[in-house]
Design a protein around this ligand. Sequence first.
Ligand code: PNS
Length: 171
Amino acid sequence: MARTAVYPGSFDPVTMGHMDLITRTAGLFDQMVVAVLINSEKKSPLFSLDERVIMLKDACKNIPNVSVECFEGLLVDFVRSKGDAVIIRGLRELMDFEMELQMAQVNRIASGEGAEGIETLFLPTDPKYSHISSSVVREYARYRVPLKGFVPENVLNTMMEKGIVTSTKED
Ligand code: PNS
């Protein structure tokens, strides 16, 4: 039976931590779908949905079993549309766990009882990326802090093109 992992998120923007998780998950599953939420509650994203998807697709282009899609509405409905699929979420620190546990439980309740319920698997973030989050990237970008090592090269280039960061170098 082919197994699919769905990795949902806002990805505003995709970070090195996300990429680590994507690469590791892709090695564990037949197919992996990175699912970008449309209409996030976040009022002012740094990047438009199109930009986020383009950057993700570019960053994942060399991982053959990874695709990037958008979804709207309930995550469990999207996951169900992928057949026999599980949700993947990363854990950077203990604080993440509280929220992620609640989300996993809610998603399971919303998707059915017993074997019907959609499972969430947690992957611990590689310690070298545990300080990185999209919100840290957005905040640092506001203060022009160099972001090399925080986001993939293509994201850094897009940020430069948009004038969000002024340098790709740390010096
Ligand atoms: O990267 P994020 O912002 O932490 O991702 C959050 C996301 C997209 C996984 C979550 O908000 C989500 O699944 N939204 C879709 C609506 C939904 O199904 N909500 C129920 C779970 S709380």
